[in-house]
Design a protein around this ligand. Structure first.
Ligand code: GLU
Length: 384
């Protein structure tokens, strides 16, 4: 069999964008997972997705699933028929989520993989402390080999405090977890230059590097049928994802083994960031946060930082200012010069208690075992 050069190139690039992801977020829309008429979970499709997840894990990738479907699965158990009021959706989600989680547990147990359910609200991605807690929990779960299955905590999220759609939730999860790739599986195979159902000239864009006003106009207005099909929220997700240095795919999830299909060259729009997650994170620390305090360092700590190491409590001589865990602080050398900035893993009060001490003393001084570093090297940027 001969393949054209073009096909080979496309397949190779797409394969790498999935296979090269160290941490991959996969978002699954309700319409793929749940049969509309019966409200049943499509188990064959779910099993095939979980086979793909197991394959990715076996080659060393970390996977987080963001799955919709709680409302669609739950409503028939409460005798609810659409359209549902908000409180009915919340009730449906409460009964559907437990079934959804159970189905994932069974599908992944076939591969000996442990599932962990994480329900998030918008506030968990906006409040710094909750953001850090969620991030640490996800890190820990992934380190321990589990596959987190995330959904919005619909039962407590009211209109003004909800994501409302799992596209944006998935992008926030990508940002929170420092993922390098996000795939939105839905019933749309990518971003078109116009509504393909109305316009025969509509073209699918295989790659987008920037969300310009022209690109936004292609999503249609949210009130149109095309727009409410979800392209508007997908572009909102793409913006979050690109700013976090995470590449994002929009593609059809319908075929069985949808990740394999994507690797094999399925139609897709890829949104490609200009920098990776670590660079984006460092740019964010360098550019958009004001320092809430200063850490005065000894010469040993200054040398350790210069060689790319993290900042340990032992190297801190004095602390100015009041800050919380997760706040930005600046680091000052013995001459009083600011040498860098970063996110503190401890509040000012706790940092004052452990400064100058060994990391092994942290637990006995504070009564809990936090991070060994005051500022982890991933969370700091040095001045020019
Ligand atoms: N969280 C909702 C559910 O599980 C879905 C939201 C969405 O599909 O975007 O039913």
């Amino acid at each position: 069999m001969t393949m054209t050069k073009k096909t080979v190139t496309k397949k190779t690039v797409t394969t790498n964008r999935i296979a090269d992801a160290r941490r991959l977020i996969v978002k699954i829309g309700s319409s793929l997972l749940v049969d509309e008429a019966s409200g049943h979970i499509r188990r064959a499709w779910m099993d095939s997705l979980c086979d793909d997840v197991a394959r990715c894990r076996a080659r060393g990738q970390e996977i987080i699933l963001v799955s919709s479907g709680a409302v669609a699965v739950g409503r028939r158990h409460l005798g609810l028929t659409p359209p549902l009021r908000l409180e009915e959706k919340q009730a449906a989600a409460a009964t559907g989520q437990i079934r959804l989680a159970h189905a994932y547990q069974e599908a992944l147990a076939r591969h000996g993989i442990t599932v962990a359910q994480v329900l998030l609200t918008l506030a968990d991605s906006e409040d710094r402390r909750r953001f850090l807690n969620a991030r640490n929990t996800l890190d820990t779960l992934l380190r321990l080999g589990a596959v987190p299955v995330i959904n919005e905590n619909d039962t407590v999220a009211t209109t003004e405090i909800r994501f409302g759609d799992n596209d944006r939730l998935a992008a926030r999860v990508a940002q929170m977890s420092g993922a390098d790739a996000l795939v939105l599986f839905s019933d749309i195979d990518g971003l078109y230059t116009a509504d393909p159902r109305k316009n025969a000239d509509a073209r699918l864009l295989p790659e987008v590097r920037e969300i310009t006003p022209e690109i936004e106009a292609m999503a249609g207005d949210p009130g149109s049928a095309f727009g409410s099909g979800g392209m508007v929220t997908k572009l909102a997700a793409a913006k979050i994802s690109l700013s976090a240095g995470c590449r994002m795919a929009i593609c059809k999830g319908e075929p069985l083994h949808p990740l394999t299909a994507l690797e094999n060259g399925a139609t897709v729009t890829w949104f490609l960031p200009s920098a990776g997650p670590m660079t984006a994170r460092k740019q964010w620390i360098a550019g958009s946060m004001s320092a809430m305090g200063s850490l005065h360092l000894d010469d040993g700590a200054v040398r350790a930082l210069a060689s790319g190491k993290s900042l340990l409590p032992a190297g801190i001589r004095a602390i100015d200012g009041e800050f919380d865990r997760g706040d930005c602080v600046q680091m000052v050398n013995g001459d009083g010069r600011v040498i860098g900035r970063g996110l503190s893993a401890y509040s000012a009060a706790d940092a004052r208690l452990i400064m100058g001490r060994k990391s092994t003393d942290i637990e006995s001084v504070l009564g809990f075992r936090g991070r060994d570093e005051i500022i982890h090297r991933d969370d700091l940027v040095m001045e020019g």
